[in-house]
Design a protein. Structure first.
Ligand code: 5RP
Length: 234
């Protein structure tokens, strides 16, 4: 287990209060948090979690964190999730674990979103990490053409795209929502907000990995401590 990721998760745990409904993100850092949360639950803390993926639900069950259906809660107090890249304006690329659709639904309705990462995730500009775009399999070729158009309109040309395969094999990965992922090697996304809007307007795009204005707190884990940064929005 990465000590930097663990230190970020420990700092996030300090923000959890008894009685909270928590959005539980996906990925290795979020799972470290879930594991630590399970220890608190064993010691008597009363929380419920809304998992953002089947994998996180499995991890939460293994660590005895009680889960609730998102439709059965009237609020999510706090969501803790990881990220693949974060820029200087705290805009993010997520979806390296293919859970972007549920992660964005939960982040969007959460009262507070805490992102836990190690320092390698902080970048000057987004795009070094291939941007995941979740697409409906029906007429995927047409949707991919429109994704290229959107990228070009955002000034991103000659992009290599890959239909994401399953981890060990050649078959396309199918997300929890039954969709495919197209990974777009943008290299540099100069205007993430513009590209986000363009991708949102394509009917076959179910979601994309640009998380705009969704993070409230970023926690960067280091070897021996964690740095907490709050976002100030006007
Ligand atoms: C999953 C995600 C993850 O949060 C992201 O990929 C980071 O994962 P990790 O904590 O394993 O580095 O967006 O869809």
């Amino acid at each position: 287990m990465s000590i930097a990721k663990k230190n970020a998760a420990i700092a996030a745990l300090e923000m959890v209060e008894d009685g909270m409904v928590l959005g539980l993100g996906s990925g290795s850092t979020a799972e470290i948090f879930v594991e630590l949360l399970g220890e608190q639950v064993r010691q008597g803390m009363k929380v419920t979690g809304v998992p953002t993926s089947a994998q996180t639900a499995k991890c939460a069950k293994e660590h005895n964190v009680p889960l609730v259906d998102p439709d059965k809660v009237d609020r999510i107090h706090l969501t803790i999730d990881g990220a693949d890249e974060i820029d200087e304006n705290f805009q993010m690329i997520k979806g390296g674990g293919a859970c972007l659709l549920r992660e964005k639904i939960i982040a969007d309705i959460s009262e507070h979103v805490v992102i836990i990462v190690d320092a390698s995730k902080m970048v000057e500009a987004l795009g070094g990490f291939p941007l995941p775009v979740e697409v409906e399999p029906f007429a995927m070729g047409l949707t991919v053409e429109r994704i290229y158009d959107a990228l070009a309109q955002a000034g991103i040309k000659n992009v290599e795209t890959v239909l994401r395969p399953i981890k060990r094999g050649k078959k396309p990965l199918v997300t929890d929502g039954g969709n495919y992922i197209i990974d777009c090697a943008c290299k540099k996304i100069s205007d993430p907000m513009l590209l986000s809007g363009l991708l949102n307007s394509i009917p076959g795009v179910m979601e994309h990995g640009l998380f705009i204005n969704l993070a409230d707190t970023i926690i960067i884990g280091e070897k021996d401590h964690a740095k907490v940064m709050e976002i100030v929005r006007e």
